[in-house]
Design a protein around this ligand. Structure first.
Ligand SMILES: Nc1ncnc2c1ncn2[C@@H]1O[C@H](COP(=O)(O)OP(=O)(O)OP(=O)(O)O)[C@@H](O)[C@H]1O
Length: 800
């Protein structure tokens, strides 16, 4: 990692330096130097920051700052941001702001208490060995420990005397161990009985086949049992009660709600509790409040100290919710502050391209379309058009369910760029998809004299060179490609719009690199995976959101059925009917070749079987990721041209493939796919006017598995499916991969806390708007917290 410092220069139009400024510490940010593309983002960040400055001061004050800065930063990396003389006024404002920053830096440097980052090892009662165990839990610092939240609680606060016990009640009882007994009434059964007494009577805790339990007790020691009371053979009992040993030295465990932590070998609940308790007692006072009082009052949020204390050791169980609310807010607020800052990186208010063509070609294109835009499409197009025509840079995400017609919108945006004299580029996640977009755009746009090119990894060197040439000279208006588009050495003449059709396959980083191929081009990101709003705000929080929430008219919902493997022969005869009626079918299998470990059908084997045994009279094609690009292209071409009737494929066809004549999607071993993925696959059919079918073959072994299959048969709404999937599997697994780019959340739950997320987002964006550099004293700590939270990855919360 390196630290970049930025030089700011006041220059004449000829480039002579009038004054130099070196930026102060607070603007330094760590970046991964391998990723030089980020630097552009930094430039725009600074520029935007300059734009936000407002105060004007006199020359003396400016020189004062310059001198101070110069002495502070003797050497720095050469990233120059020239400020032209005609922007003198702004430059002066900048100087003023720098003056404030320097003052602030000098006076307030140590505000975030060091203990946040202090190693847990040196805390009383921890030491080397325990620090090692804590590290397994991800706890390394004092801050980590205090933010290591209980996974549950046990309420020991409502104690009862034994005399008052009534069978059936759920209670806590304290007493001393008066007897320890083990009986083996028969082979294979051990009963352990621990009897406690409190002076008003006795109660027996009973455990079956857990002989080691007795080792935890000694006669005479004080303990507490919690559980359901019953009466057996005239004796008051609790089966398998929760128990706590009451340590008289500290009063920690008596009569209160106790936290239960996830723990690791060698580290008992009590040790963890003690460590946390001692941190709370001894250190918590030093924790500064980092949320403005006004904000806390507005949303009724506890103070940070109180919240931390109450999340670990609540006075009563109801308090946990209050504490949680504050901590969830913090977590989401800081996350959204990160998003808001990233958005500043992306948006430079003055420098966006104004795509101000007349709408001639666009109107012609719309008239020539064989259909009308749906009202959702029209609404989204209006939003994009407004963005593109304004001088504000566009950073927009289009979300639309499969088949909702995003490609038409992308085409309109490309036409808008081209007719305004710019080039447009679209990056697709796979070659198949790039090729498909290329073919359809070429076909539909050539009549307007628009030149479309394709740039993918599999082009020959010569072909590639030709495309590069044409891009650089401006002969090509539009280029469609894969990530080959963002390689070095690819230069555009005048790039005005970049579109990524991303499907979570590109990350923030690639998006940034793509964008840097032009000078502040407008950015459009498309995704067909329906993402619940909460996730969208977390993953794409830096983009404006447009949703195409309507399918083109006349679409018949895809009829979805779930069958087990036993039904194969019936299914095949159904497929035959469809093929005979002139339709086409997909058969999707999870793996390319039979794996010894996993009992899953392979695409290769399936295609052999279909060719030889089941559908000898039809043409069966095979498509998987291990084919060479031109082979894939050939197969897809034949399928599009209806030379192939059945396409056996792996998930390479998951994204965006559009062959409206295919009406049947058979998914083998469907339980192995994520719901969002199944929905994508199903979206390959139902794209034309014929009734389409999706058959899921699955023998799920768990209830959740069955539940997931049922959801697929019950709903064709991608958003409903996504919400359900999220509920069943949690955001971590939502995309069927860990590489989803979601930061690990310590306490917030994206489903449960969606309301807080919305509030946190609103407030975070508000704050960054008013105080983008966190200059206000009450906001200062937040900046440090963002860095602690996201560390070096802050700029790169990555989806790749
Ligand atoms: N307004 C409309 N009316 C009728 N048909 C439409 C309309 N918009 C798009 N279509 C057609 O619907 C099909 C799907 O459109 P398109 O490929 O743009 O969808 P998509 O949202 O990109 O889908 P996916 O996410 O699955 O790739 C195409 O055949 C397209 O021509």
């Amino acid at each position: 990692m390196i630290c970049l410092k930025f030089g700011v220069y006041l220059m004449t139009e000829q480039g002579d330096i009038l004054q130099k400024l070196k930026k102060p510490l607070s603007i330094e940010r760590k970046i991964n130097y391998n990723n030089s593309s980020v630097i552009g983002g930094f430039d725009s960040y600074i520029l935007n920051w300059l734009n936000k400055l407002t105060k004007v001061v006199d020359d003396d004050q400016i020189m004062n700052v310059v001198n101070k800065l110069n002495s502070l930063f003797e050497d720095y990396s050469e990233v120059r941001i020239p400020i032209r003389k005609k922007k003198l006024a702004e430059s002066r404002e900048l100087f003023t702001r720098l003056a404030t920053l320097i003052e602030d830096n000098e006076t307030n440097k140590e505000e975030l208490p060091q203990l946040w980052q202090e190693s847990i090892r040196y805390i009383k009662g921890v030491g080397k060995k325990r620090a090692g165990q804590l590290a397994h839990l991800g706890v390394q610092t004092v801050r980590d420990m205090l933010f290591y939240f209980p996974r549950d609680y046990r309420d020991w606060s409502t104690n009862c005397q034994i005399r008052e016990l009534t069978p059936g009640n759920q209670v806590t009882v304290e007493g001393k161990v008066i007897n320890i007994e083990e009986i083996r009434p028969r082979q294979g059964l051990t009963i352990t009985k621990i009897v406690i007494g409190d002076g008003t009577g006795s109660l027996t805790g009973v455990w079956f086949n857990q002989p080691y339990i007795k080792n935890n007790f000694n006669r005479g020691i004080p303990v507490a049992f919690s559980g359901k009371v019953k009466k057996e053979y005239g004796e008051l009992q609790m089966s398998n009660p929760n128990y706590e040993l009451i340590n008289n030295n500290d009063n920690l465990y008596v009569g209160r709600v106790l936290p239960i932590y996830s723990t690791t070998q060698g580290l008992s609940q009590n040790m963890l509790r003690k460590i946390v308790k001692s941190l709370i007692d001894e250190y918590l006072d030093e924790f500064p409040e980092f949320l403005e009082t006004e904000l806390r009052e507005k949303y009724n949020l506890l103070g940070i100290k109180e919240a931390l204390k109450m999340i670990h050791f609540p006075d009563k169980i109801e308090d946990v919710e209050e504490a949680r609310k504050r901590l969830v807010f913090d977590e989401l607020f800081i996350l959204q502050l990160g998003m808001a800052l990233r958005r500043i990186d992306l948006i430079t208010e003055e420098d966006g391209i104004v795509h101000n063509s007349g709408d001639g070609i666009i109107n012609n294109y719309l008239t020539d379309l064989p259909f009308e835009l749906t009202s959702a499409q029209a609404k989204v197009w209006a939003e994009i058009k407004e963005d593109m025509e304004s001088k504000k840079e566009m950073n927009r995400l289009i979300q639309g369910d499969v088949g909702s017609g995003k490609t038409v919108i992308a085409t309109l945006a490309l036409l808008k760029a081209v007719s305004s004299g710019y080039q447009g580029a679209m990056m697709a996640p796979t070659e198949i998809l790039a090729e498909q977009h290329y073919l359809s755009l070429k076909e539909s746009l050539s009549r307007y004299g628009v030149e479309v090119g394709l740039l993918v990894g599999s082009l020959t060197a010569k072909e590639k060179e030709a495309v590069l040439d044409e891009l650089e000279t401006g002969n090509l208006d539009i280029v469609i490609g894969t990530h080959a588009l963002i390689q070095e050495g690819i230069n555009f003449d005048n790039l005005g719009l970049v579109i990524t059709d991303e499907q979570h396959r590109f990350g923030v980083r690639q998006r940034a690199t793509f964008k840097e191929k032009g000078e502040n081009p407008d950015v459009l990101v498309m995704t067909a995976t329906p993402i619940p709003r909460t996730l969208a705000l977390t993953l794409y929080g830096d983009l404006e959101l447009s949703v195409i929430d309507e399918l083109p008219p006349g679409r018949k919902p895809v009829v979805t059925e779930w069958r087990t493997k036993k039904a194969y022969s019936k299914i095949f005869s159904f497929i035959r009917q469809e093929l005979e009626a002139g339709r086409q079918a997909y058969v999707v299998c999870p793996l390319v070749e039979e794996s010894e470990k996993l009992d899953v059908s392979s695409a290769v084997e399936m295609s052999d079987k279909l060719i030889n045994d089941i559908f000898p009279g039809f043409n069966v094609g095979l498509l998987h990721g291990q084919l060479k690009a031109d082979e894939k292209e050939e197969v897809m071409g034949k399928f599009r041209d209806q030379e192939i009737n059945i396409l056996v494929a792996t998930t390479v066809i998951e994204v965006g493939v559009n062959v409206p004549n295919s009406t049947l999607m058979l998914i083998v071993d469907a339980e192995r796919f994520g719901l969002a993925q199944l929905h994508q696959l199903r979206g390959r059919v139902g794209r034309g006017q014929h009734q389409s079918y999706c058959i899921l073959i699955a023998d799920p072994s768990t209830e959740t598995g069955e539940e997931r299959m049922k959801i697929m048969t019950q709903s064709t709404d991608g958003f409903v499916i996504a919400e359900e999937d999220l509920k069943l599997r949690g955001p971590g697994e939502f995309f069927g991969t860990r590489q989803h780019g979601l930061p690990d959340l310590e306490i917030a739950n994206l489903l449960r806390d969606s309301h807080i997320l919305e509030i946190a987002r609103k407030e975070a964006f508000n704050l960054v708007d008013i105080d983008p550099n966190f200059i206000k004293p009450e906001n200062k700590l937040l900046k440090d917290l963002i860095e602690i939270k996201f560390g070096d990855n802050f700029d790169l919360i990555d989806v790749s």
